[in-house]
Design a protein around this ligand. Sequence first.
Ligand SMILES: [Fe+2]
Length: 210
Amino acid sequence: MNRRTFLGTLPAIAAVAAIAPRRLEAEASTGLEAAQDLEFIRAWERAQQARPSSLSPTARIAPPGEPGVPLVVHGRMFQRDGRTAAPGIVVFAYHTDRTGIYDAPSNGPHSWRLRGWAKSGADGRFEFTTIRPGAYPGRREPAHIHVGIHGPGIARFWTGGILFDDDPLVTDAIRAESTRAGQFGEVRPVQVRDGVQHVDFNMRVTGESW
Ligand SMILES: [Fe+2]
């Protein structure tokens, strides 16, 4: 499924990722939705202030000891052509804990406890070690990992998502959209080796940003 479709399945606050910054500015005074969008952007910017000064192609999202099934995301970053490796791209990823919660309510509505940054290597590869996220409690959205990138030629960031092929909340429509996207589809097969889940995830530097 494409980014807009995917984000459309998430809470309204997450849908901001599909909205361009100029549109946000233009609509900033038009109502609650725009206010929520701006709040999300500020939350994102706050999170980036915690970005480590030195990044490598391998990183953690969940800290060691975090409850949950171990998961490794094997990422590859490509240029717009979908074939040429894109090195040096900062990848920011965050997700819920195994119960579907982003953070303690006392930390505010847009705080992401489980988050990490990597930078794609010369071959475009990056890797996150973490745990399998849970779906939002009592909701129908599939469990997911949010992924955003920063780098040369990327005005702000582009964000896509990782979904899991074995998640019963992934609908046929979502699967069909992902299949149409080919190797850049967001529904990823899960492989299990020695009790650790692994997913491959390909991203393209499309130039989309907000
Ligand atoms: Fe989310």
